[in-house]
Design a protein around this ligand. Sequence first.
Ligand code: ZN
Length: 474
Amino acid sequence: MTSRRHYPQLHVPEISDTAGGPTSRWNSGSVLFGDCATWYADEVGMPQPAAPSGRDSIPPVYLPGRETCKSVHEKYQKVSCDENIRCLSAVSFRRIWRKCLPHIVIMNHRTDVCHKCETYREQIVKAVTEEDKLLASNEFSSHIYTAQKERDYYRARCQAAIKSLEERPKPRGPVTPASADSPDVHHTFDFAQSVLLPSHCRQEGSLYLRSPYKANLFGICNDGRLLQTNYVFGEDQSMGVDGGQSHSATAVVSMLHHYLSTYSEGEKVVYLNADNCGGQNKNQVVTSYLAWRVANELHQGIYLHFMKPYHARCMVDGMFGLIRRKIRRSDIDSLGDLKMAIEASSKHNKAKLVSSVSENSWQWYDWKGFFKSTFRAVPGIAKNHHFHFSSTFPGIVKVKKSVDGEEKDIRLVKRGKHIPECLPAPVEPQGLSPTRAWYLYRQIRPFVRGPHKDDLCPVPSADEVQTGANVTEE
Ligand SMILES: [Zn+2]
């Protein structure tokens, strides 16, 4: 880090106000800290085009992943030394950073970076002539501009949904489909990272080397009510053996179908937003399902929208963030504990377990096999971001590449086929293979707290297959 005189224009006066330091020493240290951090972030940080929802003020700036709070503090210490100002301690440095410059964050391996943005940045840096630089920066601006347009559309839809449901009380039970006139109902759905169980505040180190029980989390947020339903299912409750097909399109549609049948507002027209992932959300099974819904008048119209990949932070991510924070501070030994943690994370989060034997419990269906002979895929689906289904043109989808792009009709129903009126055949969860069941029993069960050992890692019913992996370490 260079001396302060190289960045005098980056004075950040509000730092000293908000840091609330009692002495002038503190204040001067804070001001220098603000200058340093902002300058350093400008110099090496990677600014993002938009702030995630919930932190709508300043878009984040990512510092390179090789940095740590300690290494940035050391650079700051050096500058303080050069400037002959007493510097903040590492603890105060960290505290003021978090409080005053929360948008400057160190990138971690989970930070999604847009490949296109990265390429454009590199082109701008490497451009030799003025023309090349101008061309690269124009392309970059146009990329950011299109991402921003999609994002603005998403935000406008969410705002409209909040306004539309403001005066309406929440329905107590399932509502007859397409019976209510709420004009702007908006739902967003996505998978969270799987949760590994057991998960304790004081995690035992040796558990990290093993492969614990995997719980999957799929959230659907009613953006108008800020209410997220989180579908929770373990690896033994998936459609495939040992958690296979947990994140498949058929699984997505099964949960979406349960959600729309149970928790919808009974709206005639619905707006859906999903993550731009081909395997899970943007595929033939999902488009076929939505076409099937409007043909059966479960909705009169459905708009499905995808934001640009890596520029798509949405409400669901924010809700997952609250859940992750709660999980880190809780002891979780079963899916029941996980449900409690999710519901305690915020009043906006609700959890739904697959195992709940009650009315409205959910079920896997073979949607993929069901639609295979009737519907065809949308050609070039990856390039399109807006899909409109309507009962006035059943079997057809209108697609657009961008929010203000040209609309194109695509026929989804195969020639001579009729859209079925029934439901597909239910699929029973496939459970665990004997190898996995014995692995959990031998390797993971010892870490599970007493009363929950039989919930998470029960004694397997099948005979043990002897492999190197399932011999217990003593
Ligand atoms: Zn980008």
